[in-house]
Ligand binder design. Structure first.
Ligand SMILES: Cc1cc2nc3c(=O)[nH]c(=O)nc-3n(C[C@H](O)[C@H](O)[C@H](O)COP(=O)(O)OP(=O)(O)OC[C@H]3O[C@@H](n4cnc5c(N)ncnc54)[C@H](O)[C@@H]3O)c2cc1C
Length: 386
């Protein structure tokens, strides 16, 4: 049996073009946007013009029709060139949990209505399942949607919603049949910005990924027409929700690898020019040890991710592989960020260099899209059953 580890020339050329675009358009001011916690709509529009806002969506709906592996490479390139993890968080959420579910579960009418504008970047997408008292335990959400003629009326509170303050459409998961079995209690609704009864809370002041707007979302007597239900009634947790988590673990996480790659490049350059005790610190074995271990964890991250992404692309089972990739990359991202700061010494601790913010940015990967504890639980369950 042959194993082919190569990317195609087109895939690598596309990754490079995204990286170059990011270096030119996203990198300038990324440090300042972190300080200010500011989402920049102009950069978002530039990403849309470049074709990044609808990467995996078929061309007939305005997307790029990129396969899973190519989508991962693009997100890697965008983070490597732009060093704006907040932008990647917003774009990843827009793509993987805001737009993909409409493509995969929407009716033809829903796809035609939403996808072209989401793919062009004119509209921003979001997904809301987490609540103040239900995160990892998504089945415990309390937001309800009750039938009222041709409408469903939503009541409840969502929290930590990426793009909440700027989203044009939010895919909201709510309980539609409290008496049904756990996997059939919830449905998903596409709620348009401006729908009476839906309001976004204020931008949450986060530790990292600060250029991505995050907020609570409040629903109070929020009536949405039945035509806004996404997917079959009662299918939101197992179909829409779990599929969103899978996209987060096999595609969205790719950005972390691009960040680690850029960071290692900066460390190598710094180690070669920073002199201590009369020679570049790159000549000290303890610094070489750090660089070597960073390289190993990036390569391992990359192959774990692309294995899961490839399986997903082939339509093969990949639940365990996706969780292994997400867990490993989250850990590698944090460890590499700590080592990068150490290599930069005092300069790593101040905001002059992006390594300082990489620690703050890296932490999210172990929390969002299923915490590392949940990934380990899934990995163990796929071995133990149950
Ligand atoms: C910046 C940011 C953006 C986000 N974006 C979105 C979004 O767009 N949409 C959305 O719906 N949500 C979003 N989230 C929410 C995110 O998915 C949740 O924060 C995450 O699932 C964890 O839930 P929680 O915060 O309620 O923590 P909890 O579930 O309360 O967990 C607390 C701790 O307990 C551990 N724990 C929980 N259960 C178990 C268990 N069974 N075994 C072992 N340990 C366990 C967890 O791993 C964690 O360490 C976002 C969060 C952040 C921080």
């Amino acid at each position: 049996m042959a194993l082919d580890f190569s990317f195609t020339e087109e895939q690598l050329a596309f990754r490079k073009s995204v990286r170059d675009f990011a270096e030119k358009v996203v990198w300038p001011g990324s440090g300042q946007r972190d300080v200010e916690g500011r989402f920049d709509p102009e950069i978002w529009r530039a990403c849309g013009d470049f074709g990044l806002c609808g990467l995996p969506i078929p061309e007939e709906y305005g997307g790029q029709g990129a396969d899973i592996v190519t989508s991962c490479l693009a997100l890697e390139g965008l983070e490597e060139g732009g060093r704006d993890s907040g932008l990647l968080l917003s774009l990843g959420a827009h793509l993987c949990i805001g737009t993909v579910p409409i493509w995969l579960h929407g009716t033809e009418e829903q796809r035609r209505r939403y996808l072209p504008k989401l793919c062009s970047g004119e509209w921003i997408g979001a997904f809301a399942i987490t609540e103040p008292e239900a995160g990892s335990d998504a089945a415990a959400i309390k937001t309800t949607a009750r039938r009222d003629g041709e409408h469903w009326v939503l009541d409840g509170t969502k929290t930590f919603i990426t793009n909440g303050p700027v989203a044009d459409v939010v895919n909201v998961v709510a309980v539609t049949d409290p008496s049904a079995a756990s996997g059939q209690r919830m449905s998903c609704f596409m709620v348009d910005k401006g729908t009476p009864g839906m309001t976004a809370g204020k931008h949450m002041d986060k530790m990292g990924n600060r250029s991505s707007p995050t907020s609570e979302m409040f629903f109070s007597d929020c009536a949405v027409h039945e035509s806004q239900m996404l997917g079959p009634e009662g299918s939101a947790l197992w179909k829409v929700g779990f599929e969103c988590f899978d996209w987060e673990r096999t595609v969205m996480i790719a950005a972390s690898i691009g960040g680690m790659e850029a960071q290692l490049g900066a460390c190598v350059e710094y180690a070669k020019q920073r002199v201590a005790f009369g020679k570049p610190i790159a000549q000290f074995e303890m610094i070489q040890d750090k660089l070597a271990r960073m390289r190993v964890s990036i390569n391992a991250s990359r192959w774990l991710l692309y294995h899961a992404a490839w399986l997903k692309q082939q339509g093969l089972p990949h639940m365990q592989e996706a969780s292994i990739a997400k867990y490993f990359i989250a850990d590698a991202g944090m460890q590499n960020a700590l080592e990068a700061v150490q290599i930069f010494g005092g300069y790593g601790y101040v905001k002059e260099f992006p390594v300082e913010r990489s620690i703050r940015d890296a932490k999210l990967a172990a929390i969002g899209g299923g915490t590392s504890e949940i990934q380990k639980m899934i990995i163990a369950r796929t071995m133990l059953g149950g």
